[in-house]
Design a protein around this ligand. Structure first.
Ligand code: CA
Length: 230
């Protein structure tokens, strides 16, 4: 899966430079030119990481960082701040607000990529699922890729299992159809017929989960979430 990175930066040339280097490394890139746009994109696109410039017009980077960490939907997205040398104190505040790392301008693309990879690795470590998940009558063994409901084996297709794993990993967060499509099927541009693919798989997944199908919750006009608690 290609990780998606959101760049928040008002300077066109820096966006271009970042975009070029990140794409070369195989990342998907989206960009916002100001804070409001960044918050909106973070919720809609759910990037894997945010590169956040602190010097932005209007809402500044620290405010953006604070809002991202306050909103449940975006709180777990790792943030790397881009700071100028003169912003030493802001850097500390940013880290206190929950940013994961910072890099001081000017920086080399190599250094930046190394930081990004390190932060992503740490985030993946944190998101790791337990080998066995159990709630109610549902039991999922991720190592063996086996699912049971009331001790009866449930046969899922690879995509259905991946769907279940992805929803579970989100820990109750709502995932959009586009996000699921992108993550599981790897389509870059979801057309209507493709987005429906997600619905079709959710339907068969629910059918197979029987009494535990209630855990896969539809969020109207948006997507799905998994309810792990009883
Ligand atoms: Ca700037």
């Amino acid at each position: 899966m290609r990780e998606k990175i959101l760049i928040v930066e008002d300077e066109k040339d820096i966006i271009k430079m970042l975009e070029y280097n990140l794409k070369k490394e195989g990342f998907k890139v989206i960009a916002a030119r100001d804070g409001e746009d960044a918050l909106d994109l973070a919720v809609r696109e759910y990037p894997d990481l945010i590169l956040l410039d602190l010097m932005l017009p209007g809402m500044d980077g620290l405010e953006v960082c604070k809002s991202l960490k306050k909103e449940a939907k975006t709180a777990s997205i790792p943030i790397i701040m881009l700071t100028a040398k003169s912003q030493e104190s802001d850097k500390v505040v940013g880290l206190e607000l929950g940013a994961d790392d910072y890099i001081t301008k000017p920086f080399s693309p190599r250094e930046l990529i190394a930081r990004i990879k390190a932060v992503l690795r740490r985030a993946a470590e944190k998101e790791k699922l337990p080998e066995i998940f159990q709630a109610g009558d549902l039991r999922i063994d991720f190592a063996r890729i086996s699912v049971t409901v009331k001790d009866k084996a449930v046969t899922l297709t690879a995509k259905e299992f991946e769907l279940l794993r992805t929803l579970l990993k989100a820990k109750g967060r709502v995932l959009s159809r586009d996000y699921l499509l992108d993550t599981i099927w790897g389509f870059d541009h979801a057309m209507e017929i493709q987005t429906r693919t997600v619905d079709v798989h959710i339907r068969t997944l629910r059918k197979k989960l029987k009494s535990e199908s209630k855990r896969v919750i539809t969020v109207k006009n948006y997507g799905y979430r998994f309810e792990g608690e009883d």
